[in-house]
Ligand binder design. Structure first.
Ligand code: HEM
Length: 475
C-alpha cells in the first residue's frame, strides 16, 4: 500500500464537559445525526476528524472519538490486530452488567479474551447445526405476519408492519433456540415487549424520543445524563430468562461442557436472542420492506417474475438452491443493507500507534484513541458507489457483485466470514438468508404493495396501505 500525504487529524473536542455537551446537543437537537457528521466532514474537508460522541457526561467518562466516514478507513474497525473491542458494543459507555446477570455477554468481549472464542465458536457451530430449520420455521411465522397485515388493512385501512414483524422475529428466534413455540410456554406473546423494554433501558443514553411537548433539556437530563437502572425491567427479564433456562436445556448443557457456568450460559443465550438477533431483526425487516416498498410497482413486478420463475424451475419448492439462483433478490437485499445498515455505529480502541488512510491522506492514530465509524455514510462513499444516496435495486448484479465487499452491515466485509477470532456477526448468513426469504414469500403471495414510512425511536415504522394478491396462472 503506497503512503498518501500525511495530514493531522482535523477537529477538536472543545473544553472538558462543555465540548461533549455541545456536541451532544448538536447531535440530538440542533443538527440531528446525519447533519452532525456531514457538516463536520465539510468543515474539515475530511472523512476523518475528531469530535465527541454522545452520551458524554455523566454516562460516559470519555466521549472523544476519531470519526471514520469513508469506505477505506472504516475497514480499520474490522482489524483485530490493531483495535480492541472490549466493552464497546454500545460505544463510549457500557450499560450495567445487571442487565445480563452480572456477566459480560459475548458481544462485549474482545477476541483476546478466552470466553469470546468459546462462546462465538459455539454460536457458529449451533447455527450451522440448526441450518435446516431456518426455512421451515421462518415460513411458518411469515404466514402469520401476512394474515395479520391483511386483517388489519381490511379492518382499519392500514397495518403496522413493525409490530407483526417483531412478533414473527421473536417467535423465530425462540423456536430456533428452544425447539418449541413461545406460545406453548409461559412467555406467550409477551416476548417482544419485554425485550423492547430491556433493550431500551440499555440504550436510552443513545436515543432521542423526539417528543414535541417535552423540552430538549429535560429529555437530555433524563435519558443522556444518567443510565436507567435494571430494576425497571428486572421481573420481566427474569421471566424470559426462566423461559430460556427451562426450554433451551440442550444448548445450556453444551455451553456448560465448554467450561462456563450454567447461569452465565443462559444470560449469554438471552443476550444473543434478545439483543443481537431480535434487536437486529427489529430494524432489519422494516428497513428492507421500506426500501422495497417505496421502490414501487416496477421493481415488485421484476422481483415477482424472478422469484416465481426460479421456484417453478426448482419444482415449486423454496429451497436454498432456489434462493441462490435469484440474482435480483440478492442484489436488492445487499442494497437495502448498504443504504440503511441496521446497526449504524461501530467502535474500536487503538491497541498501538498506527497510520490509517482515507482516499486522499494518511493520519496517525495514537494508542488508546477511540475510533468510531458511522456506517450509513461509509457505505455511501461516492468514490465507490455511483449515486450513493439512491436505492438502486440492480446495483450488485453482474459486474456490480464486486462491490459487495464494501457492504459492512455485519461488522465486517460481506465477502468475509465470521470466526471465533474476529468480531463479525455470527448471524451473517442467516440474516441474509432470512431477508431473501422475506422477499420470496412476499412476492410468491402478492404482486405489489403500498407503504407509508415514519421515523421511529429505533429505526422506521412501516405502515401497509394495500396488498395486491398474486393472480396465479398455474394454480
Ligand atoms: C438480524 C439482524 C442482525 C444484525 C443487523 C446484526 C448485526 C451485528 C453487528 C453489527 C455486530 C457487531 C457489533 C460490534 O461488535 O460492533 C453483531 C455481532 C453479533 N451478532 Fe449479529 N446481527 C443480526 C443478527 C444476529 C443473529 C440472528 C445472531 C445469532 C443468532 C447474531 C449474533 C451476534 C453475536 C453473538 C455478535 C457478537 C459477535 C462477537 O462478539 O464476535 N446476530 N451483529
Amino acid at each position: 500500500m503506497s503512503m498518501l500525504p500525511a495530514r493531522e487529524i482535523p477537529g477538536d473536542y472543545g473544553r472538558p464537559f462543555f465540548g461533549p455537551i455541545k456536541d451532544r446537543f448538536d447531535y440530538y437537537y440542533n443538527q440531528g445525526e446525519l447533519e452532525f457528521f456531514e457538516s463536520r466532514m465539510q468543515k474539515h474537508k475530511s472523512t476523518i476528524f475528531r469530535c465527541n460522541m454522545p452520551p458524554g457526561p455523566f454516562v460516559a467518562q470519555n466521549s472523544r472519538v476519531i470519526c471514520l466516514l469513508d469506505s477505506v478507513s472504516f475497514q480499520t474497525l474490522f482489524d483485530n490486530s490493531k483495535i480492541e473491542k472490549k466493552n464497546i458494543l454500545d460505544g463510549t459507555f457500557m450499560p450495567s452488567t445487571d442487565f445480563t446477570g452480572g456477566y459480560r455477554a459475548c458481544a462485549f468481549l474482545d477476541p483476546s479474551e478466552s470466553n469470546h472464542a468459546i462462546l462465538k465458536g459455539y454460536f457458529l457451530s449451533l447455527l450451522a447445526k440448526k441450518h435446516d430449520k431456518f426455512i421451515p420455521i421462518f415460513r411458518q411465522g411469515i404466514s402469520g405476519l401476512f394474515s395479520g397485515l391483511e386483517d388489519e388493512i381490511s379492518a382499519k385501512g392500514s397495518a403496522n408492519f413493525n409490530d407483526l414483524s417483531d412478533a414473527m422475529s421473536f417467535d423465530f428466534v425462540f423456536h430456533l433456540l428452544c425447539d418449541r413455540k413461545a406460545s406453548e410456554t409461559k412467555v406467550g406473546s409477551n416476548g417482544p415487549k419485554v425485550f423492547d423494554k430491556w433493550i431500551f433501558c440499555q440504550l436510552a443514553p443513545l436515543v432521542s424520543l423526539g417528543l414535541k411537548f417535552v423540552p430538549n433539556c429535560l429529555e437530555d437530563l433524563v435519558l443522556h445524563s444518567m443510565s436507567l437502572p435494571f430494576f425497571l425491567v428486572k421481573s420481566d427479564y427474569k421471566k424470559l430468562y426462566d423461559a430460556f433456562y427451562k426450554n433451551a436445556g440442550p444448548i445450556l448443557d453444551e455451553i456448560e461442557n465448554l467450561g462456563l457456568k450454567r447461569d452465565e450460559a443462559c444470560h449469554n443465550l438471552v443476550f444473543l436472542a434478545g439483543f443481537n438477533a431480535y434487536g437486529g431483526m427489529k430494524r432489519l425487516f422494516p428497513y428492507l420492506i421500506k426500501w422495497v416498498g417505496t421502490a414501487g410497482e416496477d421493481l415488485h413486478r421484476r422481483l415477482a417474475d424472478e422469484i416465481r420463475a426460479v421456484v417453478k424451475e426448482e419444482g415449486g419448492g423454496v429451497t436454498l438452491a432456489a434462493l441462490n439462483k435469484m440474482s435480483l433478490v440478492k442484489s436488492v437485499v445487499y442494497e437495502a443493507l448498504r443504504i440503511e445498515p441496521p446497526v449504524p455505529y461501530q467502535y474500536g480502541k487503538a491497541k498501538e500507534d498506527f497510520v490509517i488512510q482515507n482516499h486522499e491522506s494518511s493520519f496517525l492514530i495514537k494508542k488508546g484513541e477511540m475510533l468510531f465509524g458511522y456506517q450509513p455514510i461509509a457505505t455511501k462513499d461516492s468514490k465507490v458507489f455511483e449515486n450513493p444516496n439512491k436505492f438502486i435495486a440492480d446495483r450488485f448484479l453482474g459486474e456490480g457483485e464486486k462491490l459487495i465487499k464494501y457492504v459492512y452491515w455485519s461488522n465486517g466485509r460481506e465477502i468475509d466470514e465470521p470466526t471465533a477470532e474476529n468480531k463479525q456477526c455470527p448471524g451473517k448468513d442467516l440474516v441474509v438468508l432470512l431477508s431473501r426469504l422475506m422477499l420470496v414469500e412476499f412476492f410468491l403471495k402478492y404482486d405489489t404493495f403500498k407503504v407509508e414510512i415514519e421515523k421511529a425511536l429505533l429505526g422506521s415504522t412501516v405502515a401497509f396501505k394495500s396488498l395486491t394478491n398474486a393472480v396465479h396462472e398455474d394454480k
